[in-house]
Structures are given as C-alpha cells and as structure tokens.
Design a protein around this ligand. Structure first.
Ligand SMILES: Cc1cc2nc3c(=O)[nH]c(=O)nc-3n(C[C@H](O)[C@H](O)[C@H](O)COP(=O)(O)OP(=O)(O)OC[C@H]3O[C@@H](n4cnc5c(N)ncnc54)[C@H](O)[C@@H]3O)c2cc1C
Length: 256
C-alpha cells in the first residue's frame, strides 16, 4: 500500500502562518483600548495583546485605584472631623485590608466592564507577552506556554508606562514600595517616606496622612508638583489651607 507522506515541515509552516488582523495592538492601556473598540465596532478585525492588565495601568494600578483609596482616606478625614458637622461617634478604627478590598472589588468590576466592551465590539483581548518577530507581526507568548503570531495591516505600539526606580545609591537594595505596592497596603504605615513630590507622591502622601501615617516627602525641586503649572501646585493648596491642616494635625483622632 502506498503511504501518503505528510510533510512535517509543511504542517509546521502552516501552523506558524500568522493570523491576519486589520489592526494589532501591543499593550492594552487607556491609550489603545478606545481605538480597539472603535475599529472593531466598525467591523475591523482587531487583536489587543497585553501581558498583565485588562485595561492597562489606569484601572488596575494607577489613576482609578489611587482615587478609590483617596476617597476612603477622605471618609476617614470626615469621620475624624465629624464634630464639625454636628455628628457624634465613639471613635473608629481603620482597617487598611478593608480599604484594599474595596479597591480590589472596584478593579475587578472595571476588568469585567472592559471585557464586556471587548465582547460587545468583537475586538479580541489576548493575555500574553508580545514581541515583534517580523514587520507588522507580533508574537504573543501565552500563559499556557503556547504562542500566537498576529499580523496586522496596521499595528499600534502602546506599551505605555511602568513603575521605575531612580538610580539613587542604595535605593534598589532597600526594596522600596512603588505606587503598585503602595496601593496594595494591608496596614497603615507608621511613617511613610515618599521620595518624589510629583502628583503621584502627593496623592499618596495626603491619603496616607489622612489614614494616620506620619508622612515625610522628599523632593529635589523648588516646589512640590514641580511639573504642574504653579497655580495647581501645592503652593496654592497650602495657601487654601488643606495641606497645612493635614501637616499640622497631630495624629490624634478625637474620641466621641
Ligand atoms: C498612581 C498613579 C495615578 C495616576 N492618576 C492619573 C489620573 O488621575 N489621571 C490621569 O490622566 N493619569 C493618571 N496617571 C497616569 C496614567 O495612569 C497613565 O498616563 C496611563 O495609564 C498611560 O496609559 P497607556 O495606555 O499609555 O499605558 P498603560 O496603561 O501603562 O498600558 C500599557 C500596557 O502595555 C502592556 N505591555 C507593555 N509591554 C508589553 C509587551 N511587551 N507585551 C504585552 N503587553 C505589554 C502593559 O502590561 C500595560 O498594560 C496615574 C499614574 C499613576 C502611577
């Protein structure tokens, strides 16, 4: 009987043929998801590759988690000042793990909302680490060890932001928290040293201060939030009193 030879090289070649898309996006953050949903909604074949986050930094580890925690901190501050508002209470405790759980719940909800948008528009979200293997072709290494090759008529590189450490001697060895770990704290730090008084450092500082931490901000510039216009910098916040009130507060929570 004549054997039909299947050429292994031919089948390997077939399997390694890239999948074709109108648009391939590397990095699924704020910068690119709207493009993905818009083009997919218009009937284009769209794939988004992200190695870690559904929705990128903003909903997972940056803008929205920080605002969630700041909101809890604000509630603490109102509690502390409740007498000013004519409300008596018998003291309170802060459970940072509860603050963190509330934030995690919000993040999970946002992830689900993003996935719903992917489903609704027909854009494909691929969890995997991407790299270019040829022009306009991205290889995604998937969590199960397999790979997919995706070729786009158009490709958007939107690999965005990441937490990084300044090359300050000894800093890396000290294993400091970046904003990612700071937004995952299960306890209020007794004393938080914040290196860098940009908006991320200032947001975190005022929130932790409201939770009861002693906070020290170190900044090498002439004023806090030096990259912002002077009228929104802390110089202005100080004048309107809020930052000063937090700085001067002695850490005692009124009882009753
Ligand atoms: C604490 C904090 C608070 C902030 N608050 C605000 C705010 O209130 N308002 C505001 O406007 N901005 C805020 N920002 C800034 C904002 O988060 C960023 O500007 C924004 O998220 C950048 O979006 P992006 O899409 O460019 O990148 P990202 O959201 O970082 O997305 C890039 C994505 O690419 C993925 N990626 C990278 N390389 C690869 C690869 N090789 N393969 C696969 N995937 C890859 C990453 O996993 C990531 O998900 C804040 C930032 C921080 C840190």
């Amino acid at each position: 009987m004549k054997r039909i030879e299947t050429s292994p090289s031919a089948s390997v070649l077939k399997n390694s043929e890239p999948e074709e898309f109108d648009l391939v996006i590397l990095g699924g953050g704020t910068g690119s998801t709207v493009a993905a949903w818009t083009f997919a909604g218009e009937g284009k074949r769209v794939a988004v590759v992200d190695r870690k986050y559904i929705g990128g930094s903003c909903p997972n580890i940056a803008c929205l988690p920080s605002k969630n925690i700041i909101h809890s901190a604000k509630v603490v501050d109102y509690f502390r000042r409740s007498k000013e508002f004519g409300i008596a209470h018998d003291g309170f405790t802060i459970e940072m793990s509860g603050v963190r759980d509330r934030k995690r719940k919000m993040v999970a909800g946002l992830n689900e909302m993003y996935m719903e948008n992917y489903r609704k528009t027909g854009a494909e979200f691929i969890l995997g680490s991407g790299r270019f293997v040829s022009p306009r072709t991205v290889e995604a290494a998937l969590p199960d060890g397999s790979t997919r090759q995706l070729r786009g008529t158009n490709v958007i590189v939107s690999t965005g932001t990441r937490a990084s450490l300044e090359p300050i001697p000894g800093l890396a060895e000290a294993q400091p928290l970046t904003h990612i770990e700071a937004l995952e704290l299960g306890q209020v730090p007794e004393h938080l040293l914040v290196i860098g008084g940009g908006y991320v450092g200032v947001e975190l500082s005022q929130a932790m201060r409201r939770f009861g931490s002693k906070v020290t901000v170190v900044d090498r510039n002439g004023r806090l939030m030096s990259r912002e216009d002077p009228d929104v910098s802390v110089g202005q916040i100080w004048r309107i009193g809020e930052f000063r009130r937090l700085a001067e507060w002695n850490g005692e929570s009124p009882k009753g």
